[in-house]
Write a protein that binds this ligand. Structure first.
Ligand code: NAD
Ligand code: UDP
Length: 314
């Protein structure tokens, strides 16, 4: 099959492209490098089945005879989307329209990378796909949350109006090699701080929770949801249902890095969700998927990667 992946130089997009290439498909990847890095696709560009085009998908479209269109382009970490608020809104709106139109023109399947952030600060726990969410539409996180909600609404409308084969994937916190050390998300922050021997910055009192999925498990889920027939119009959560308090994550990373480090408490960002855990019953039923990598193992692999790239920088 011929796959178009936007955001291919990012963390998830690059792993996804690698998986499709490994399975014998052809990939055209696009990215404008706003939060991505060429290093993530350095190996991929050597493959004859991979083509890359530098492009801002919010501003321009592309001619590609695709079987599957996967829209993954968007700043994704809170630090990134606070830095690029309008670009984030545009990636979810114009970027979604542009990619949906490519899919429509080619009668291709469409996969939207959505997020657990559509549930906002959830009043229902764990979060099932049927929950509508609790989002502050004018808060600082709204540039991301509402952009993704708009992207979902647009995708659902193309499914209803044009019968396009769409699938919306609500991705929960995912981590692993190829995240940026200065990405600002909790795992890269804690690992980078620990490796540099700095204080670990816990926001708030650290009792807020998240559930962390290792990248290989996520990619397996996305791959299965993308290639299986008869999933038109589905919305599916992908994430690891093991829930951790942020303070416990900090202690675990300190332990794994093996240094005697202090924890420092900083102000909790506005509208920071108090808890988050996916209900993955639907993914289990539809594609027989559940994550396999325990947090400790995934963290060890991620620490190894960060050691390597931080070493490269110094
Ligand atoms: P990332 O920042 O590493 O990757 C995003 C990529 O998109 C970057 O390479 C960036 O340069 C590119 N991009 C952004 N705007 C673009 C534009 N207008 N045109 C072309 N390229 C553009 O982030 P990620 O963690 O890999 O996230 C990828 C996707 O998955 C995003 O849509 C994100 O919302 C979604 N997601 C990620 C997570 C997670 O935990 N990592 C969770 C939920 C959803
Ligand atoms: N967090 C933290 N210290 C950091 C970075 C993040 O305590 O250095 C907290 C943050 O406030 C949130 C959780 O960790 O409660 C997850 O944050 P992240 O930015 O990784 O993702 P989110 O799920 O909030 O989008």
């Amino acid at each position: 099959m011929r796959i178009l992946i936007t955001g291919v130089a990012g963390f998830i997009g690059s792993h996804l492209a690698e998986r499709f290439i490994k399975e014998g498909h052809k990939v055209l990847g696009v990215d404008n490098f706003i939060t991505g890095n060429f290093r993530n696709i350095k190996k991929l560009v050597k493959s004859p089945n991979f083509k890359f085009k530098k492009l801002d998908i919010s501003k321009k479209t592309i001619d590609f005879d695709a079987d599957i269109v996967m829209h993954f382009a968007s700043p994704a970490s809170p630090v990134d989307y606070y830095r690029y608020p309008l670009e984030t809104l545009k990636a979810g709106s114009y970027g979604t329209f542009n990619t949906l139109n490519i899919a429509r023109k080619n009668d291709a399947r469409y996969i939207l990378a959505s997020t657990s952030e559509v549930y906002g600060d959830p009043e229902v726990h764990p979060q099932k796909e049927s929950y509508w969410g609790n989002v502050n539409p004018i808060g600082p996180r709204a540039v991301y949350d509402e952009a993704k909600r708009f992207a979902e609404a647009t995708t659902a409308a193309y499914h209803r109006e044009f019968g396009l084969d769409t699938r919306i994937i609500r991705i929960f916190n995912t981590y692993g090699p190829r995240m940026k050390p200065d990405d600002g998300r909790v795992i890269p922050n804690f690992i980078t701080q620990a490796l540099k021997g700095e204080k670990i910055t816990v926001y708030g009192d650290g009792t807020q929770t998240r559930s962390f999925c290792y990248i290989d498990d996520l990619v397996e889920g996305i791959y299965r949801l993308s290639i299986k027939d008869n999933l038109d119009g589905e919305v599916v959560n992908l994430g690891n249902p093991e829930e951790y308090r942020i303070i416990d994550l900090a202690k675990l990373i300190i332990d794994l890095v093996g240094k005697d480090l202090e924890i420092t408490y900083k102000k909790l960002p506005k509208d920071d969700p108090k808890r988050r855990r996916p209900d993955i019953t639907k993914a289990k039923k539809l594609i027989g998927w559940e994550p396999k990598t325990p947090l400790k193992i995934g963290l060890k692999k991620t620490i190894k990667y960060f050691k390597k790239i931080l070493g490269e920088k110094t």
